[in-house]
Design a protein around this ligand. Structure first.
Ligand SMILES: Cc1cc2nc3c(=O)[nH]c(=O)nc-3n(C[C@H](O)[C@H](O)[C@H](O)COP(=O)(O)O)c2cc1C
Length: 205
């Protein structure tokens, strides 16, 4: 059910309200700034994610329209057009990047992207606690971002994350408005949780 600002998950089992409340809105309020303290709190939440070997492979490039419009424009230029349409009002764009090599021995880290995803989800959940919205995007040009932001060779650009305050859904139009208001869905628990062997869905006999 869509209410103007909330689209809490309708869960099969009770879960923490912060997890249920997080979603990926596209209507951003262009007038409300995100403070540097809020940005630091988001990064702090990312920082405390678990990682393979405690390697902490994640990095974030902060592009705040209000304090560094050049960086924000650079990030915006990297976005796919379909994301630019709604991201134009997001005051902060974060570029999430991960190191592909373990710090301790320089070997390939096949869990780096997994760890960066965990850190980014921490960040998105922290955004909910701060009354902000965060929306991760794969729709951007990672090679362009790597070049523009002078990212070293051994890193991979993973996502852009739009951060800001939520605006009313009717600030969007067409498809974007529809998607903002449509119910959130997930495949059933039985299709993702298997009891002891592949395909034995939890709750199924
Ligand atoms: C890695 C990743 C890439 C995504 N890329 C985009 C994107 O380019 N554009 C977009 O509008 N949403 C993007 N999303 C948001 C997803 O569409 C969204 O998380 C999903 O539909 C579930 O909705 P919810 O986050 O509201 O629960 C992305 C999410 C993730 C985690």
């Amino acid at each position: 059910m869509f209410s103007e600002f909330e689209k809490s998950a309708i869960t099969q089992e009770p879960i923490h309200h912060i997890i249920a409340q997080r979603w990926s809105p596209r209507a951003y309020d262009p007038t409300q700034k995100v403070t540097i303290q809020q940005i630091a709190a988001l990064l702090e939440a990312a920082r405390w994610a678990p990682s393979c070997y405690g390697n902490e492979p994640w990095r974030y490039v902060v592009c705040d329209k209000n304090t560094n419009s050049t960086a924000w424009n650079n990030a915006f230029q990297c976005l796919a057009e379909a994301n630019q349409v709604w991201c134009q009002n997001a005051p902060v764009l974060l570029l999430a990047v991960t190191s592909n090599l373990f710090k301790h021995n320089g070997a390939a880290n096949r869990w780096a992207q997994y760890d960066c995803g965990a850190a980014s989800e921490n960040l998105c959940l922290q955004a909910v606690t701060l009354g902000l919205i965060a929306h991760q995007m794969g729709g951007f040009n990672p090679d362009k971002a790597k070049e523009i932001f002078h990212i070293p060779e051994e890193f991979t650009c993973m996502t852009m994350i739009a951060v800001g305050y939520q605006a009313k859904s009717n600030t969007l139009t067409g498809d974007y408005l529809e998607r903002e208001q449509e119910p959130r869905t997930r495949v059933p628990l039985t299709e993702i949780g298997f009891m002891g062997d592949w395909g034995i869905g939890i709750g199924n006999k």
